[in-house]
Design a protein around this ligand. Structure first.
Ligand code: PSU
Ligand code: MN
Length: 298
């Protein structure tokens, strides 16, 4: 990773909570390996971010990746937890917030995830808003995401991104995706159709000294989305179950995702994998366009 960055070659950061808490074992390990392999085949260096025995890392050894995927004692950490996990020599998977902080510190400019956290439904009562949003407001990184999941309040999440100064650009679309669904029904102000356009936006923001993240919203093609009727039914059940079980704090997203995985008989997982693959492929192209741009300047 360090050698690639030093030589100006493309690098893409990958999140680890999606592996430890977002996908079921043991399929998650095969997926984690495949994600890295996809990038290597595209000539891009993958850097999965995690904390291993208290050491924050961008780029994991094979055995470390295996631990994140298979060891049930691995915890989920957001940015605020990083120092505590380090001091306590913990092994932890990083959320979008924590991954962004560590990747930016390592000098990585592009990060692929599945979907970010956001404003939860019922925010008025729970005040549950992911730290992903506030961290992205102050972290210079380009994040490729299939929008946010419909377990969240999507319009409120977009409003918060606006307030926080995080621009959202649809890739090949003017609509914000809803993760398993290609279109949340929410319009976006900006659209780009090539990785070079995204690299151009990154360069312009650098000129301004803009230190917030750029969010690239990358939908699944409609033909590969989760069946909307199945989606709506299972989502309603999951939200009701979470309410009944009084799930709170950082347990909320893993609870809802686990429920939806079981209730769709794993179909949601297949769609989830497709989404992450699509985001990784696009992030690889953006990172490549970014390093080509730098090389052309030199
Ligand atoms: N949303 C998903 N899948 C996930 C997550 C969110 O659809 O795996 C994970 C990501 O790591 C995200 C984190 O950064 O949950 C947000 O958690 P919280 O809402 O507790 O901040
Ligand atoms: Mn939360």
């Amino acid at each position: 990773m360090r050698a690639a960055l030093g030589a100006g070659r493309p690098v893409v950061a990958l999140e680890s909570t999606i592996i430890s808490h977002g996908l079921p074992r043991p399929a998650n390990l095969a997926a984690a390996r495949e994600f890295g392999e996809m990038l290597r085949e595209a000539g891009v260096t993958p850097a999965t971010v995690a904390v291993i025995d208290g050491v924050p890392k961008a780029g994991l050894e094979a055995a470390e990746l295996e631990r994140i995927a298979l060891d049930e004692s691995v915890i989920k950490v957001s940015s605020r937890d990083l120092g505590i996990a380090m001091a306590g020599k913990r092994t932890a998977a990083t959320t979008v917030a924590a991954t962004s902080v560590l990747a930016a510190k390592a000098g990585i400019r592009v990060f692929a995830t599945g979907g970010l956290g956001g404003v939860h439904r019922g925010f008025g009562e729970s005040l549950d808003e992911s730290a992903d949003l506030t961290v992205l407001s102050a972290t210079r990184i380009t994040v490729v995401s299939a929008g946010v999941k419909s377990i969240l309040d999507i319009p409120a999440t977009l409003e918060r991104l606006e307030t926080l100064g995080v621009p959202v650009v649809g890739f090949g679309t003017s609509r914000f995706p809803a993760f398993w669904l290609s279109d949340s029904g929410q319009d976006l102000d900006w659209r780009a159709d090539t990785p070079e356009e995204i690299a151009g936006i990154m360069a312009a923001r650098d000129l301004l000294g803009d230190a917030s993240a750029l969010l690239v919203a990358n939908p699944l093609p409609p033909g590969r989305q989760l069946d909307p009727a199945l989606h709506d039914r299972v989502l309603a059940e999951a939200l009701a179950a979470s309410e009944a079980a009084r799930v709170r704090g950082k347990a909320v997203s893993p609870f809802l995702l686990g429920y939806i995985q079981r209730a769709t008989g794993g179909v949601s997982v297949d769609v989830n994998l497709d989404i992450v693959r699509g985001n990784i492929a696009l992030a690889g192209r953006i990172a490549t366009a970014w390093s080509d741009r730098a090389a052309a300047r030199d």
